[in-house]
Design a protein around this ligand. Structure first.
Ligand code: CP3
Length: 348
């Protein structure tokens, strides 16, 4: 018998992350808080993205919105991967429809001076936001998160979103020493960000390396994995399972697990069965519905959801999620229906 949850630690999500038995497959969605929700658009009216992340009451409200509406099995703290960079003084903005834009891209050794060590004092609004939301969450676990060194480095070096990551790769191979120094600093910032949230009461953490799938496994292992491992090790002494996620990472899944994850995020391009075959039995998996399929007619979507739930149940430790974030035009009622279906299809 699985105990009825009395604290977030006994929740289906945390138990699945530890590959323990669960009463049903837990489900949450990356970017569940955001533009798909009218209540989100309403509270964000006239408040810039970075400013919203620095208002603890707004952070708590937006974090709760998808939990109230969809009945998901976890909340994720409302923030952004670039918030800690802005907190240590990097001049950047999050431009609607574009993403993070850095005023002066990082290219030389001198730029490292703009990346001081991140301490607890840099992120008071995160600590406060977590503390505000916890009582309302009750048994529902809160996921804290950070951007991984590679994905953060890409924004800093390219100056904004990039398709080819050419300057990033040029630095990686052309000036490996500078690359490793930059990623060393980013690993500290990323790890400290995870730690702030775990210390404040988050029950799980997720490291987002969204764009790392542009690398070969050889490059990942040499230039990225040690830094992501350092970031994850910042919470190794705390009792929080660690999820490690990226997109287009079919070739990298084993290395991403070996970086110190408990749960490997799988995007929709790789099946859960193939992912498990690649990473072995010691990890839980998270994923992997294609977010574009939320726009398909319900019977077609239902078939895919049921098949992912069944595939996930082949072995212990499956957290249902999308293969990437909720797209802004998604009908929120479809998300609620998917939550109900995952619960119903997996209940035993
Ligand atoms: O619900 C959640 O998932 C929690 C909140 C969250 C946001 N960003 C809020 C946000 C999380 C976990 C992130 C992480 C993040 N930010 C990632 C990793 C996840 C991923 O999607 O791969 C990345 C790469 C970023 C950088 C970033 N920030 C992008 C690409 C964008 C979108 C730009 C756009 O307008 O299309 C942002 C802005 C952002 N972060 C929004 C939200 C809700 C949209 C801004 C808005 O609503 O005005």
């Amino acid at each position: 018998m699985t105990p009825t949850p009395k604290s977030p630690r006994d929740s289906a999500l945390v138990r699945a992350a530890r590959r323990q038995s669960v009463p049903y497959t837990p489900v949450w969605f990356m970017r569940q808080a955001g533009r798909s929700l009218p209540e989100y658009r309403k509270v964000r009216e006239g408040v810039g993205m970075l400013d919203s992340c620095r208002k603890p009451d707004l952070v708590a409200e937006i974090t709760m919105q998808p939990v109230r509406r969809h009945g998901v099995d976890a909340a994720i703290l409302f923030s952004d991967i670039v918030v800690p960079l802005a907190a240590v003084g990097v001049d950047l903005d999050i431009v609607p429809g574009v993403g993070p834009v850095v005023a002066q891209p990082f290219r030389t050794l001198a730029d490292l001076e703009r990346l001081p060590e991140l301490t607890l004092e840099h992120l008071p609004y995160i600590t406060e936001g977590v503390q505000l939301v916890l009582p309302e969450l009750g048994d529902t676990p809160l996921i804290g998160f950070a951007g991984a060194p590679f994905t953060l480095a890409s924004y800093l070096i390219e100056g904004g979103p990039s398709k080819n990551h050419e300057r990033t790769k040029a630095m990686m191979h052309g000036d490996p020493q500078l690359w490793h120094q930059l990623c060393g600093r980013l690993a500290q910032i990323s790890g400290a960000t995870l730690r702030v949230q775990a210390l404040a009461g988050a029950s799980v953490v997720q490291l987002f390396d969204s764009w790392v799938g542009v690398l070969s496994r050889l490059d990942y292992d040499a230039f990225v994995q040690p830094h992501s491992a350092a970031a994850l090790s910042a919470v190794a002494d705390l009792d929080v399972p660690k999820i490690h996620f990226g997109t287009c990472t079919g070739e990298l899944l084993a290395s991403m697990g070996a970086a110190g994850a408990d749960v490997v995020g799988v995007d929709f391009r790789t099946s859960l069965t193939d992912a498990r075959a690649r990473i072995g039995d010691q990890y839980a998996v998270q994923g992997n519905l294609d977010p574009a399929l939320l726009f398909a007619p319900w019977p077609a979507l239902e078939k895919v959801v049921r098949s992912i739930v069944a595939e996930g149940a082949q072995s212990s430790g499956h957290i249902f999620n999308l293969g990437h974030g909720v797209l802004p035009g998604t009908d929120p009622e479809v998300l609620t229906r998917v939550v109900e279906l995952v619960h119903e299809a997996s209940a035993h």
